[in-house]
Design a protein around this ligand. Structure first.
Ligand code: OGA
Ligand code: NI
Length: 362
């Protein structure tokens, strides 16, 4: 028998109360009843405040090819700068991830989620750890639940991997996760390099703030009944430096909060969605803000996404960088990363938790 590894010091430390598998629930009845989905119905009205049009604006698109080409990099860096300052969200195209890497992972993820429940549960969460197939952020028996199932894995650096929850079906699933993980790391490195340059910060000073990576693969089943009263993922900002989302089957659902309204992001087949995380907000003393986002549920189609979180090393401290603060007021405390992670992972996901914890109240 494999011995239980310590989960201390990793980006997966935490507990979540086990709840029903959502995919099985969605598939259990020919017609879902309101009663069957009662625990998912939101007390507020998630459909309020949805902005159907964006007053002519659209989410910025950063072209990584142009950013890396010395002829065009300055121009593209300006696009990136305003995306970080004005939106906190953007799409990145020409990211250079080979189609075969994307295709392999897409096929394997779709195959995995179609497996019978007991097959998927072989890679279920272990006590005290959030990695594996299951749920997260469930802290009370009365909490409204999210309409999704997740497979969460710590992927970088390689020596921090615990292979037990990594699925072995299909046979090359692990391999395809590894390839995607290093490709996304490469894209992230290029983006952070350009962000550091835009901010006038020495890259060496922030190298450890994004070296840890975790992937969350999420399956949001379709919900033909009351889909407008439930959410796949409630409003939250990401506890990360930078997050990259691949909307694998190109179904709409992700919405960002902008000027008080929920704005849908249209999936772009050749792009990844990037967002500023809480740690980048702290490092920049609030110059770049992490933006609340959520996921709605489609009445007829399931949605699958893969989120890649790039996080600081667990045992370091993060606070506003002195070269950015300059003579301004320091708005955030310098805190240990594991301390912040503990607070966020042991509570219900709700709005900007990290900011509440890390910001000086004055
Ligand atoms: C997340 C997230 C968005 C999505 O995992 O933090 O916001 O599209 N996911 O699944
Ligand atoms: Ni998120």
């Amino acid at each position: 028998m494999e011995s239980k590894q310590s989960t201390e010091g990793k980006w997966s430390h935490g507990e979540s109360i086990p709840v029903k598998n959502v995919q099985a629930l969605a598939e259990s009845a020919a017609e879902l009843t309101l009663e069957a989905i009662q625990r998912y119905i939101r007390p507020d009205s998630p459909n309020d405040m949805v902005a159907l049009a964006l007053h002519g604006e659209s989410i910025p698109i950063v072209d990584l090819g142009r950013l890396l080409d010395s002829q065009t990099s300055q121009q593209e860096a300006a696009v990136l700068k305003s995306a970080c300052e004005e939106w906190g969200f953007f799409q990145v195209k020409s990211h250079g991830i080979p189609d075969t890497v994307l295709e392999n992972l897409r096929n394997n993820v779709e195959y995995f989620f179609r497996l019978p429940l007991d097959e998927k549960n072989k890679f279920g969460q272990l006590p005290g750890d959030l990695q594996g197939y299951g749920h997260a952020f469930v802290q009370s028996e009365h909490q409204t639940l999210d309409w999704c199932d997740r497979l969460y894995l710590v992927t970088q650096p390689p020596h921090e991997r615990d292979m037990r929850p990594w699925p072995t079906t299909p046979v090359n699933f692990r391999e395809s996760i590894e390839s995607y993980s290093s490709e996304v790391m490469r894209v992230t490195r290029s983006l952070v390099q350009a962000i550091a340059k835009n901010l006038g910060v020495d890259l060496d000073k922030i190298r450890d703030t994004y070296s840890s990576q975790a992937l969350r693969m999420t399956y949001y089943p379709a919900c033909p009944v009351a889909h407008d009263k439930i959410l796949g993922f409630p409003p939250h900002s990401d506890i990360s430096l930078l997050t990259l989302v691949w909307e694998l089957n190109e179904i709409e659902g992700l919405q960002i909060k902008r000027q008080g309204a929920w704005v849908p992001i249209k999936p772009h087949s050749k792009a990844l969605v990037v967002n500023v995380g809480d740690f980048l907000e702290i490092l920049t003393n609030g110059k770049y803000q992490s933006i609340e986002h959520r996921v709605t549920v489609n009445p007829h189609k399931e949605r699958v996404s893969i989120t890649a979180f790039h996080n600081p090393k667990f045992d370091m401290s993060v606070g506003p960088l002195s070269e950015i603060v300059g003579g301004e007021l320091t708005k955030y405390k310098t805190l240990r990363v594991d301390e912040i992670a503990k607070v966020v992972f042991s509570s219900k996901l709700d709005g900007k938790k990290t900011r509440e914890y890390a910001m000086f109240s004055n």
